[in-house]
Design a protein. Structure first.
Length: 144
């Protein structure tokens, strides 16, 4: 199985995304077709996803935080490549959907009844929560 790279958050003025990986995604698509290997096109999925959210809302899926959000974080974080927990979860849902859509052997290891995911209608961060871990502790861990 091949998986194309996630798109970077780089918008044109008209609200569409700039392709940031050059010929690489198309080369992967070509190789998958020639070698008859399943392909999960995360580049297309994330393009739909970010464009559906739009320029400003899409920031909420990336490591973009104002200065002083975290201890000793003096500068704002403005990363358009790496995801926060919400964004990573959306990417994972896309990959799982790709596995299901291709009916890969790997799909038998997925939990049953996973809801379908449509990257053209991605989740909103306001609807997203992280389940509490059974190992969660209120006290500060050792270290810094």
């Amino acid at each position: 199985m091949l998986v194309t790279p996630t798109q970077r958050r780089a918008f044109n003025k008209n609200g569409t995304l700039k392709p940031t990986h050059g010929d690489f995604p198309d080369a992967m698509r070509k190789v998958a077709k020639e070698m008859q290997v399943p392909l999960i096109d995360v580049t297309k999925m994330t393009t739909y996803m970010y464009e559906s959210w739009g320029v400003e809302p899409s920031r909420k899926a990336f490591v973009q935080y104002p200065a002083l959000t975290f201890p000793r974080q003096i500068k704002a974080l403005e990363d358009n490549t790496h995801f926060n927990s919400f964004g990573a979860n959306e990417i994972a849902k896309s990959v799982v959907q790709g596995i299901k859509d291709l009916n890969l052997e790997l799909a038998k290891y997925l939990k049953p009844n996973i809801p379908d995911y449509n990257p053209k209608k991605p989740d909103n961060i306001s609807d997203w929560t992280v389940p509490m871990s059974s190992r969660f502790e209120i006290k500060k861990p050792d270290g810094n």
